[in-house]
Design a protein around this ligand. Structure first.
Ligand SMILES: Nc1ncnc2c1ncn2[C@@H]1O[C@H](COP(=O)(O)OP(=O)(O)OP(=O)(O)O)[C@@H](O)[C@H]1O
Ligand SMILES: [Mg+2]
Length: 243
């Protein structure tokens, strides 16, 4: 087909997606390698939804098309909640209108009725991300899916096939899950940590009367990263991970 091949030097550094979240790119030594599949596990209310949304918002602002898929709540609700938390993000509607940031809600009730249903669920997501040529996807979250699968193996196998599919598409993906539902601490849980390139954990600590949120990058394939848990805060201007 007349294709030209070039002699390219081996890539020393993988291409990265910057999260744009203050402090997080420093922990990640620049960002998340492109096409990495990252599980973001966290205790209830630790900011999983807001973190995922902010990563997409920051990237949409620099013209990278993104998709947020909620399995937990209605699209309108989600956007209202995000706006009430991030009052300084005054261009969310513009980014949505321009399709740089698309938000979808998907129904999960029938997803595990048969293999075909699960396949259709994945194909549905693929169509959505391809409709604006998304580079980054946030799936929020796996938690409502687990009780719908009849057993652990079905669930694990299904999630694995979905993650493989995203990886094959070259999507950089962040998949949220509630900590105690699927992944307990750092131990390999039901999901099997092998299927994810990256693991970020959000937790809370309330030692000595001082409550704080902690963010820890447990692993990130193809990248160096800091290992310690860093305190962070959710502000009206976004999440701020302290150095
Ligand atoms: N309107 C707001 N004003 C101030 N802080 C807010 C606001 N909304 C959310 N937050 C902060 O963000 C946290 C919740 O963020 P988020 O909903 O992203 O967490 P989550 O981990 O996704 O929770 P869930 O377990 O409900 O899915 C709250 O605990 C609070 O600290
Ligand atoms: Mg949430």
């Amino acid at each position: 087909m007349g294709m030209t091949t070039y002699n390219m030097a081996p890539e020393a550094e993988p291409k990265r997606i910057n999260t744009g979240v203050i402090g997080l790119d420093d922990i990640l030594y620049g960002g998340v390698p492109v096409a990495n599949q990252t599980i973001v596990s966290g205790d209830p209310g630790t900011g999983k939804t807001l973190l995922g949304f902010e990563i997409l918002y920051r990237n949409a602002k620099i013209n990278i098309p993104t998709t947020f898929i909620t399995l937990e709540e209605g699209k309108i609700n989600l956007i209202e909640n995000v706006k009430s938390a991030y009052t300084y993000f005054d261009d969310i509607d513009d980014l949505i209108a321009s399709k740089l940031l698309q938000v979808y809600e998907l129904q999960v009730l029938d997803t595990f009725k048969s293999r075909e249903n699960w396949q259709a669920f994945i194909v549905g997501i693929n169509k959505i991300v391809q409709s604006n040529a998304s580079k980054i996807l946030v799936l929020d979250s796996l938690t409502p899916l687990r009780p719908l699968a009849e057993d652990d193996r079905t669930f694990t196998r299904s999630i694995n096939s979905m993650v493989e599919n995203f990886r094959n598409l070259g999507l950089t993906t962040f998949i949220n899950t509630e900590t105690n539902a699927e992944i307990k601490n750092e131990a390999p849980g039901l999901l099997g940590t092998y299927m994810f390139d990256g693991m970020i954990r959000l937790s809370t600590s309330s030692a000595q009367n001082s409550f704080q949120y902690l963010m820890r990058v447990i692993k990130m394939r193809r990248s160096n990263h800091r290992n310690s848990a860093m305190p962070y805060e959710v502000t009206q201007k976004g999440i701020n991970v302290f150095k």
